[in-house]
Design a protein around this ligand. Structure first.
Ligand code: PRP
Ligand code: ADE
Length: 176
């Protein structure tokens, strides 16, 4: 592993039994508190996708906002928020999904994606892939396509990467 990835990995704290017994929570707040680790994370993702023909970036509430927004600025692309229910003010479409530790719904503004959009979805962490699958469905229902998704952390044992590939989405992750 190179020095940049080592810095990112060493900045992520692991908290056992949070938010439930048996879950090891990978905490990115300890990463954003290290400026060089945070900026390196954003730069590596932006670098990876600068020539990928992406037209829009999606960040998923809430930790996806932290990494998605600065990557969108770095690439000069629109930043679209996928949010939990009842938070977006204009007309929305909704999608239910399963989490590693629960169930939830995500929403997107109906007018934020157009046919032909090639969307990059960014989140802090890929676990089961349920959140990402819900986002992909939201984009596809609005006529867009998702070929790539980027994560700071992947938990490979939870099967998210295979789940994404079955949807035609190639995951890019910085640390496992
Ligand atoms: C976490 C994380 C990812 C998702 C990953 O979000 O930020 O979005 O879970 O899990 P999955 O691959 O099994 O779907 P969470 O819903 O806990 O919301 P938060 O970002 O607001 O804490
Ligand atoms: N989201 C889903 N599973 C998680 C985990 N183990 N750590 C941090 N965020 C998560």
């Amino acid at each position: 592993m190179n020095e940049q990835l080592q810095l990112i990995k060493s900045s992520i704290k692991s908290i056992p039994n949070y938010p439930k017994e048996g879950i090891i929570f990978r905490d990115i707040t300890s990463l954003t508190e290290v400026p060089e680790a945070f900026s390196t994370t954003v730069n590596l993702i932006a670098e990876q996708f600068k020539h990928a023909g992406i037209t829009k970036i999606i960040g998923t509430e809430s930790r996806g906002f932290i990494f998605g927004a600065p990557v969108a600025i770095a690439l000069g692309l629109p930043f679209i928020l996928v949010r939990k229910p009842g938070k977006l003010p204009r007309a929305v479409i909704s999608q239910n999904y399963q989490l590693e530790y629960g169930e939830d719904t995500l929403e997107i503004h109906s007018d934020s994606i157009q046919a032909g959009d090639n969307v990059l979805i960014i989140d802090d962490l890929l676990a089961t892939g349920g959140t990402l699958e819900a986002c992909v469905k939201l984009v596809q229902r609005l006529g867009g396509q998702v070929k790539h998704a980027a994560f700071v952390i992947s938990l490979p044992e939870l099967g998210g990467e295979q789940r994404l590939r079955k949807l035609g989405v190639e995951p890019f992750t910085l640390v496992d």
